[in-house]
Design a protein around this ligand. Structure first.
Ligand code: FAD
Length: 478
């Protein structure tokens, strides 16, 4: 065996996972077919739940210190969703994917983990004990587990012949990073009368401090095959169709066509191989959900694979990855489809679509609707299915970031271990049997007792005996 886990793909999903393994002492080989990291900005924003995950690993402050990453508003189908600090601790941030990837690359390298580049996986076989991966350059890596984080056109997915049902792309839109003259600096969406539309999102600033923006353009006549390069004239024409002469293109940094294909793998686990990120789900880039869902896949899978490698994973723990993340991915695909229809991205101007959009925009002014949509788009609405009846309302949900006196919950999670909050100091004896995997904390704190998994989700809360939950999630007592 060359390594415990082979991660194929050094995008945001693969690098987040690699960091989880560094933290938990799992030997890892991270490979990527590219000779160097991509310099495309791609996804432009980080949602509240992803920010919480990064904070739980001590990565948020150093990430935000890399530059100007302003607080921004999420949106649903173009309707802005203002941040409510009472509901979500951390507001959305405009952090381009390229910054996140650069940050992770440095962070991992500083800890001795360098992606092996020019390693294009071309073959894999697995048996009961291991996975053997072969590469175009002739290399071979044998590992106990393999994670496919190799993106939307995943080779691993093809080699597994994994079912990838959904809808094929029926249109393309243009995504570009630009500098503009005359554009409103805040997030804005706008349409013109004949179905041409443009969406603008802040992307921070260039080295000279000038604002950069993600521009997304679509509408009738704009849906060209992906292979056809986007021209500056096309962007200028798109801008003038929507904004008239108000907004001018100053600089085009890059532009690509993106399709509205919408697919999700049927099974996230294939024996010793796990699919994560875009390898498991693809959809239109609406609300940075692609990158965020992938990073959250990695937080979910990391500690479970570490438990399996270290030999304490309870039976079926690895299967909970599919059980928890497949519904989360399916929910993202659903909301993206709904948004795509409501935004009329195809530019149909179909009266029924326009009527649905107007009705939706009116509904979206209601505070309860805004809260529902903000929970959905921030990643905070996730409730993982967990065993038991009459579950405590916190179970399956992200742990509240309680102030426990000397520390807060997210700081405790930086250990990468489970946490048993024991305010009445009654579970010392029980907790001792799992003290190699779970830390007991919060004695005397003003909180309910609860058990928190290393990924920050509550898996037990209340007044009954925590022992069954400890055994269910953290395996046999010592
Ligand atoms: C132009 C563009 C704009 C986008 N804009 C947005 C946006 O605005 N909002 C949004 O949410 N999302 C956007 N996305 C999607 C977002 O970038 C993805 O959801 C995100 O990158 C997924 O991360 P990942 O790590 O799962 O996969 P990726 O980032 O795709 O990383 C996969 C990695 O695997 C490597 N790889 C592939 N095949 C192999 C192989 N056989 N062997 C070894 N390595 C391999 C690749 O080189 C790559 O580095 C955009 C994507 C593109 C291309």
């Amino acid at each position: 065996m060359d390594t415990d886990v082979l991660i194929v793909g050094a995008g945001p999903t693969g690098m987040t996972l690699a960091n989880e393994f560094l933290m938990t002492g799992v030997s890892t080989v991270l490979v990527d077919k590219l000779p160097q990291r991509s310099d495309l900005s791609k996804a432009g924003g980080v949602q509240s739940r992803t920010l919480e995950g990064l904070d739980q690993r001590g990565l948020l402050e150093p990430l935000l210190a890399t530059g100007d990453h302003p607080v921004t508003t999420g949106h649903f189908a173009g309707v802005p969703l203002p941040h409510d600090p009472d509901r979500h601790r951390l507001p959305w941030r405009a952090v381009p994917q390229v910054v996140i990837e650069g940050f992770f690359e440095q962070h991992l390298a500083a800890r001795g983990l360098h992606a092996r580049r020019n390693h294009e996986l071309v073959g894999l076989v697995q048996d009961d004990d291991q996975v053997t991966a072969t590469f175009a350059n002739g290399a071979t890596v044998r590992s106990r587990y393999l994670v496919a984080a190799d993106g939307a056109h995943s080779t691993v997915r093809s080699l597994l012949r994994a079912a990838f049902p959904g809808q094929p792309g029926t249109l393309t839109i243009i995504a570009a990073d630009v500098r503009l003259e005359g554009a409103d600096p805040s997030t804005s969406h706008t349409w013109n009368e004949d179905g041409h539309w443009a969406a603008l999102f802040p992307l921070g600033t260039d080295p000279q401090g000038r604002p950069l923006r993600r521009l997304v353009l679509g509408g009738p006549g704009r849906s060209l095959p992906r292979e056809i390069p986007v021209t500056k004239d096309e962007i200028r024409h798109g801008l003038s169709t929507v904004f008239g002469s108000r907004v001018q293109l100053s600089e085009l940094r890059y532009a690509r066509r993106i399709t509205n294909a919408s697919r999700q793998v049927e099974h996230y686990r294939h024996g010793r191989v796990f699919l994560a990120g875009d390898a498991a789900h693809v959809h239109l880039p609406l609300g940075a959900q692609g990158m965020n869902t992938g990073i959250q896949d990695a937080f979910n899978l990391g500690w479970k694979l570490a438990a399996a490698v270290h030999g304490w994973a309870p039976e079926n723990l690895l299967d909970t990855y599919h059980a928890e993340r497949h519904p989360a991915g399916a929910a993202a695909l659903r909301n993206v489809r709904a948004q795509s229809l409501l935004m009329d991205w195809a530019g149909t101007r179909d009266p029924e679509v326009l009527a649905a959009r107007e009705t939706f925009r009116a509904l979206a002014q209601l505070p309860d609707v805004q809260n529902h949509l903000a929970d959905l788009m921030s990643g905070m609405a996730i409730r993982y299915p967990m065993p038991g009846t009459g579950l405590h309302p916190l179970v399956g949900r992200p742990a509240p970031d309680l102030d426990l006196g000397p520390v807060r919950v997210h700081e405790l999670l930086r250990s990468g271990r489970g946490i048993l909050l024991d305010p009445a100091d009654t579970h010392a004896k029980v907790a001792d049997s799992w003290s190699d995997r779970v830390d007991r904390a919060g004695q005397g704190a003003d909180t309910e007792p609860m058990l928190i998994r290393p990924d920050g989700y509550v898996c037990w809360a209340g007044t009954d005996n925590p022992e069954p939950a400890l055994a269910h999630w953290f395996g046999e007592p010592r």
